[in-house]
Write a protein that binds this ligand. Structure first.
Ligand code: MN
Ligand code: MN
Length: 302
């Protein structure tokens, strides 16, 4: 090979290497989503189908909120954050999410191992809000209790890692986190994995007016954890529900105390109405009012 040809080949190799590096580094994907979408909770997006609308069923561009965005009377003290993996409403007053909402189905599950790094402070919130760090929980006596849990986001490394944001975490006693709360998480996961159901979940904490606080950032400790769940049979679409068949609601509220690790999750079932009056949120607001009224008054007994 002539000297000139070698130089040209080398040059081509360098250009290809640079382009490949650029491609891997994301230089060319301006169209790809750049981090989580963020919007003020008091700033609702597209209006919903009035035919199917409940009273307070604000909807946003998130599959996790397809049955409605939990809405209370004071949206201005929260900040809505939409991520590919879940949606949440962040509340500075408790240095925690007021609620996290997510959807699970068979596709949520894969073989990705649990992310091994420290939990990380949420970067998608406006600067200046007090936010929790991993260390706030250290030696506090409370677990970093996932709301959208790691085990329900095992399809990709990125999706699993996303559950380790501290904005997806509330303080839970180990007996709650590893006891009835875990058992109910497993129960919901089984519905999604084995029974072909799609499960929409909203979860958060119940707080006293002067909650105990942990860590430098003064994270509020809830007195209980609640969860409301809508289980839709295969083939039932969230935006075309016109009857109560093929949809099951389950709600629980579990005390954030010790000594409950062996308790059956079923003993903590409540009606959605009870959780609504406790938290001030309307859940599943996109379900037709008549269907909300019927299903939300019942306490699951399967
Ligand atoms: Mn947990
Ligand atoms: Mn409701």
């Amino acid at each position: 090979m002539s000297r000139k040809k070698s130089w040209i080949l080398l040059l081509i190799a360098i250009v290809i290497a640079v382009l490949w590096f650029g491609y891997r580094s994301g230089w060319f994907d301006s169209a790809r989503t750049q981090g989580p979408a963020t919007t003020s909770a008091s700033n609702p997006a597209a209006p919903q189908n009035p035919e199917l609308a409940g009273q307070a069923g604000l909807t946003h561009e998130s599959p996790h909120l397809a049955l409605g965005t939990p809405a209370d009377a004071t949206p201005e003290d929260e900040h809505l954050l939409l991520k590919p993996q879940y949606a949440l409403s962040y509340k500075s007053a408790i240095v925690s999410p007021a609620w996290v909402a997510w959807k699970i189905d068979a596709g949520s599950y894969g073989t990705v191992p649990r992310y091994e790094g420290k939990f990380f402070p949420e970067t998608g919130l406006p600067a200046g809000l007090p936010i929790a760090t991993h260390d706030d929980y250290s030696k506090s006596g409370f677990d970093r209790g996932h709301l959208c849990r790691s085990l329900d986001r095992t399809d990709t490394v990125e999706n699993n890692r996303a559950t380790f944001s501290m904005a997806n975490i509330i303080p839970q006693t180990h007996d709650l986190n590893g006891g009835p709360w875990l058992k109910f998480e497993d129960y919901c996961a089984n519905l999604a994995r084995e029974s072909g159901k799609t499960v929409w979940v909203v979860a958060g904490g119940s707080y006293s007016t002067e909650p105990a606080r942990i860590g430098k950032n003064r994270v509020a400790v809830p007195t209980a954890s609640w969860k409301v769940v809508a289980v839709l049979d295969q083939g039932i679409k969230p935006d075309s529900i016109t009857s109560t068949s093929g949809i099951r609601l389950i709600a629980v509220e579990m005390p954030n105390t010790r000594g409950i690790i062996r308790h059956d999750w079923k003993q903590y079932r409540r009606s959605v109405d009870e959780i609504e009056s406790r938290t001030g949120y309307d859940f599943f607001g996109r379900l037709p009012s008549r269907i909300q009224q019927d299903l939300e008054a019942r306490t699951d007994s399967l």
